[in-house]
Design a protein around this ligand. Sequence first.
Ligand code: 13P
Length: 243
Amino acid sequence: MKIIAANWKMNMNFNEINNFFNFFDKNRDFKNDRKVFIAPPFVYIQYVKDKVNKLNLSFEIGAQNCFYEDKGAFTGEISVNMLNDLNIDFVIIGHSERRNIFNEDDYLLNKKVKKVLSSNMKCIFCIGEKLEEREEGKTFDILKKQLENGLKSVNNVENLIIAYEPVWAIGTGKNATNQQIEEAHTFIKDFLNKNVANNLPILYGGSVKPENITEILSCNNVDGVLVGGASLVAEKFYKIING
Ligand code: 13P
């Protein structure tokens, strides 16, 4: 089974969502070893869930972020309980845009991962090195630090999914090579097998598109992909699902 996950980031509106699902209403021929996830912005989660139910599409719906407290004076934040109330399936934690634009550090992300895993939802925990870190030969040190700190004392790991997204490949059109993907995924898998649990899924993210999906999915230890830009265009995302 391969997970094909869409991270819509801060994109889409009602009209664009309608067009997206009009396409999937007419094009519903999916390879049967594919699991499709979609993470819309918070305000559209319920709308997308209703669409998917109405069209009888077996897509899992999730959120792109959450806070670790249950409720209270945290203006602008959304709790895991609130997401649970929507009956959604997963939450993305630690995306590089959260880390780098909103300064979310490993300590904060560890609290969020634990909170999501204490619910019934899956947690897609993102890690990845920046270009300068790769160029300085620090890729594995960075991945190890992000895994060690972010997953410190986690329980209920059966719902944990890791996404390896090299920051330099996100939104740049420049995906990692097969060799770079396999090296990183093998490193992550070894770490998880030793320290967390065996056989947790590891997704690749960073400029995934119809043209490179088949090659990426053929890499060792790649259990799926996390797609940004190309997931906004129904035709492209459909090709990626079936890649
Ligand atoms: P792109 O597919 O636009 O490079 O984004 C990847 C990503 O950040 C998915 O979470």
